[in-house]
Design a protein around this ligand. Structure first.
Ligand code: HEC
Length: 145
């Protein structure tokens, strides 16, 4: 009976260590989640995000109804630049989040709203950038007017 006594202390210590470890892993995992946000699939499709951002008022976005604006460049041309290696996916995300950091040649500065990084999550910006990167101009809808 008495020979079991000495194990009590270490067992309690092991419990405390286990609780601490569990807490540490929970913290470490939550850190990982924050770091991988852009790759977490978003349930909101790109076309809905474009509608929410009213991007089509200024841009042609093939496959997105009413996206026939001419104020900004047609986004299928952005896709072409992406395929030719002139732009990365990150560049397209930056163009949406900080439009005045790199202004498309031949277009005006300070026209595109610069608050999309506040309105959309990083995952949503990525969803839009991925959609844009996959566009082809041949599928462009004809302007309605
Ligand atoms: C009020 C008009 C307007 C709206 C709304 C707008 N844009 Fe723009 N956008 C522009 C103009 C003008 C440019 C070109 C000047 C520049 O690069 O900032 C541009 C540039 C861009 C570019 C860079 C294109 C390239 O090839 O360099 C991307 C990508 C883009 N817009 C995506 C979007 C998305 C996505 C939305 C909606 C979330 C949006 N824009 C909403 C006017 C607009």
């Amino acid at each position: 009976m008495t020979e079991h006594q000495p194990t009590r202390g270490p067992r309690r210590l092991r419990r405390a260590v286990a609780v601490l470890l569990a807490g540490f892993f929970a913290w470490a995992l939550s850190g990982c989640q924050a770091a991988t946000v852009p790759t977490v699939p978003t349930p909101v499709p790109a076309a809905t995000l474009f509608a929410q951002g009213r991007c089509g008022a200024c841009h042609i976005i093939p496959g997105v109804p009413q996206a026939t604006g001419q104020v900004g460049p047609s986004l299928c041309e952005t896709a072409q630049a992406y395929r030719e290696g002139q732009l990365t996916l990150q560049d397209i995300m930056d163009d949406i989040a900080r439009p005045n950091a790199r202004v498309h040649a031949g277009y005006l500065d300070d026209v595109m709203p610069d608050d999309y990084a506040e309105k959309f999550s990083a995952a949503e910006l990525r969803t839009m950038a991925e959609y844009i990167a996959g566009l082809t101009c041949s599928a462009a809808p004809t302007p309605t007017e």
